[in-house]
Design a protein around this ligand. Structure first.
Ligand code: PEP
Length: 251
């Protein structure tokens, strides 16, 4: 199957110098060339992870400011991330939407900032349990994608990734079934096709992905990888998921 996978770790606000040292002390996936591994630590550890991580790993941030510079205490701009050769940034994670009140408008500005600074955004979308149970999933996703992505962005040279992360599956141990996830991924791709026919966007699944369920999820046609929270904090579990992606791609 020739589908490139993106296996991304979202460490959230976890980690320490000794954790990073331990994490990479014996970090060797079976092969490391065909798919993309991305690790998104807290900003304070971006440089440390870059120093300790094997060279094939790409480093990403978990957020980007919607401003370029100035009096925005606690923020980190796209230019600053770019200065430090950060290749990716997560944008619009449900935790930022909920705890930092980021709306689709803010998220669009952040996405534009990332693109302007040559950083590939990983745009997170996903429905709550109440929305799923009241049949609003497709409407919510449609709105989250259409109000952020536009044809200019999609025709820029910067690669853009989307992560479908049903909120009810994040950190809960509940996972969307492969069929449920695949259906939403296909839907997201169809929205993107409507915006821009020329662009295939990798769509990652996020929500309690781990070694034991990665294979069935990654084998689905429209799933191009995973955004992994809890399981990415265990190096051997994260490598296991990456190895599964390698096996599927390389046969
Ligand atoms: C996430 O927060 O992006 C995530 C997918 O978390 P978890 O894997 O722990 O559900």
């Amino acid at each position: 199957m020739d589908k490139k996978f993106y296996i991304a770790a979202n460490w959230k606000m976890n980690g320490s110098l000794s954790f990073i040292n331990d994490y990479f002390s014996n970090f060797s996936p079976k092969s490391e060339n065909s798919n993309e591994m991305i690790i998104c630590p807290p900003d304070i550890y971006l440089e440390t992870v870059k120093k300790y991580a094997p060279g094939f790993i790409q480093i990403g941030a978990q957020n980007i400011s919607s401003h370029d510079q100035g009096a925005f205490t606690g923020e980190c701009s796209g230019q600053m991330l770019n200065d430090n050769a950060i290749k990716y940034t997560i944008i619009g994670h449900s935790e930022r939407r909920e705890y930092h009140h980021e709306n689709n408008e803010d998220i669009k500005i952040k996405l534009l900032n990332a693109i302007e600074n040559n950083i590939s955004p990983i745009l997170c979308v996903g429905e709550s349990i109440e929305q799923r149970e009241s049949d609003q999933t497709f409407g919510v996703i449609d709105n989250q994608v259409k109000s952020v992505l536009d044809s200019d962005m999609l025709s820029s040279g910067t690669s853009i990734l989307v992560a479908y992360e049903p909120i009810w599956a994040i950190g809960t141990g509940l996972t969307a079934t492969p069929e449920m996830a695949n259906e939403v991924h296909a839907f997201i791709q169809s929205i993107i096709d409507d915006i821009s026919h020329s662009r295939i966007i990798p769509i990652l699944y996020g929500g309690s992905m781990k070694g034991s369920n990665a294979k069935e999820l990654l084998q689905m046609e429209h799933i191009h990888g995973g955004l992994i929270g809890g399981a990415s904090l265990d190096a051997s579990e994260f490598i296991k998921i990456y190895n599964i992606a390698e096996e599927i791609r390389n046969g």
